[in-house]
Design a protein around this ligand. Structure first.
Ligand code: UD1
Ligand code: MG
Length: 409
């Protein structure tokens, strides 16, 4: 493949930056672990026999290195204009909008990292957690408005008789953007709790988005090539620092990624999807997260009791993970019906009291669901299964995006 000169230059630069960022992150994480301990940023690794205390929130290290790499990179995509701009004549061709969009994306990511770290330190409550991405996404909304602010959507074929081919949804588009940021950040944070799973799923999503970008950067459609190039600038260093983090977070974990990382990862994906106008494709890469989220809703909305931690639990005798459970006392009639229904269709498993009344049910997370069907698994194996599902999800996403799309559009 022969890439045109302007494309190659910044892409090569961000490639180098990524390698360096990944290497620095890989070296720094173990070195900084002690400092996190001293600052009491640590959590118990609950699925090990002696529940060792492990430094937490190392996501802040990789996110900082990532942001530094991208800050240093800011001039490169714009370098061709440095020579062209003739200030004396007052003629400026510089793409201010592009720069504005770039800076807005970075500010959004930086705010999200900052708020995520605040969450790790102060253990912010759930309802406020939902607000954090909303606040962080304001710069992104502004950047989006600045760049082109397109608020219409192409209507899928079955709905065209009603809405026509193109529907301008106006302000609702901005509402959609905010909801996307809330979903992307939190859905990664709740598909969590075993070594390697947060960074592992994020790595697969990032690689999938990067592969999708590569399909466009050299293509004939110039605007599409531009936005996918922009996406690559964000994805390549992300892949590098995430690989470094996963190295240390993989079973047996030496560090935890923290909510900082989950928010940082989710927001990075939301940002490229929105700025690049391919948010539906990004959502397709989130199939396991969407399943886990929908499956979790009875507990998230407290129709069924939701313990503070829903992660699978270790059976010390076998050394394998088994589904964790929620108590079934004090259930509302709706909760009762729903729990029985889920048990009936095999989406949860009851345990029973001596008098045959239900005592507990398995928590509604994808990790527990996998364990119901595979039987007890080793922690490392379960993390591997989730990553495999994520790869399959990406395969399905590409199939829908490039094969089945003709049935809808
Ligand atoms: C989310 C989940 C919660 C799950 C938790 C695990 C929902 C609504 N919330 O909460 O059910 O238990 O993530 O991250 O689904 N930990 C391990 N091993 C790991 C990773 C984490 O033992 O590999 C434990 C550690 O004690 C760590 C803690 O989980 O300190 C981190 O939990 P936190 O991120 O604070 O939980 P939430 O994101 O609030
Ligand atoms: Mg978390």
């Amino acid at each position: 493949v022969v890439l045109s000169h302007t494309i190659v230059d910044p892409l090569v630069v961000i490639g180098y930056f990524s390698v360096v960022a990944g290497f620095v992150a890989w070296r720094l994480i173990p070195l900084l672990s002690d400092i996190f301990f001293e600052a009491r940023l640590a959590g118990n690794d609950v699925n090990k026999a002696h529940r060792p205390l492990i430094p937490e929130s190392l996501g802040i290290v990789v996110a900082t290195i990532y942001l530094m790499a991208l800050f240093l990179f800011i001039p490169f995509p714009f370098k061709q204009w440095f020579a062209q701009d003739d200030r004396t004549e007052g003629i400026r061709t510089f793409p201010f909008q592009k720069l504005g969009e770039f800076l807005a994306a970075l500010l959004c990511l930086q705010s999200m990292v900052f708020l995520g770290f605040a969450d790790d330190v102060f253990n912010i409550r759930w309802r406020y957690k939902l607000l954090m991405p909303t606040v962080a996404s304001v710069p992104l909304l502004m950047g989006y408005y600045l760049s082109d602010g397109v608020t219409y959507m192409i209507v899928p074929l079955p709905f065209r008789p009603i809405f026509g081919q193109i529907l301008n949804i106006g302000i609702l588009y901005y509402v959609y953007i905010v909801m996307l940021t809330i979903f992307c950040t939190n859905s990664i944070n709740i598909l969590a709790g075993i070594n390697g799973v947060e960074a592992g799923q994020s790595l697969i999503i990032a690689i999938s988005i990067a592969i999708n970008d590569l399909l466009y950067v050299n293509g004939p459609d110039k605007p599409a090539a531009d936005v996918h190039l922009f996406s690559l600038y964000f994805m390549l260093p992300f892949i590098a620092v995430t690989t470094a983090l996963l190295w240390h977070n993989w079973y047996p974990a030496r560090v935890f990624v923290g909510d900082t990382y989950c928010y940082f990862a989710g927001m990075t994906f939301a940002v490229v999807g929105i700025v690049g106008h391919f948010s539906k494709t990004v959502l397709l890469m989130f199939i396991p997260q969407i399943v886990n989220f929908i499956y979790s809703t009875p507990q998230l909305f407290h129709i069924i009791p939701c313990p503070r931690h829903r992660l699978p639990r270790l059976n010390p005798e076998t050394g394998l993970l088994e589904p964790s459970r929620a108590p079934l006392q004090e259930l509302s009639p709706l909760g009762h019906t729903l729990a029985r229904l889920l048990n009936g269709v095999g989406l949860t498993r009851f345990t029973y009291n001596a008098d045959q009344t239900p005592a507990e049910m398995t928590n509604l997370t994808l990790l527990n669901l996998i364990l119901i069907y595979t039987g007890p698994l080793h922690e490392q194996t379960l993390a591997g299964v989730v990553m495999a599902l994520q790869v399959i999800g990406s395969g399905v996403a590409f199939t829908i995006r490039y094969k089945l799309v003709h049935f809808f559009y």
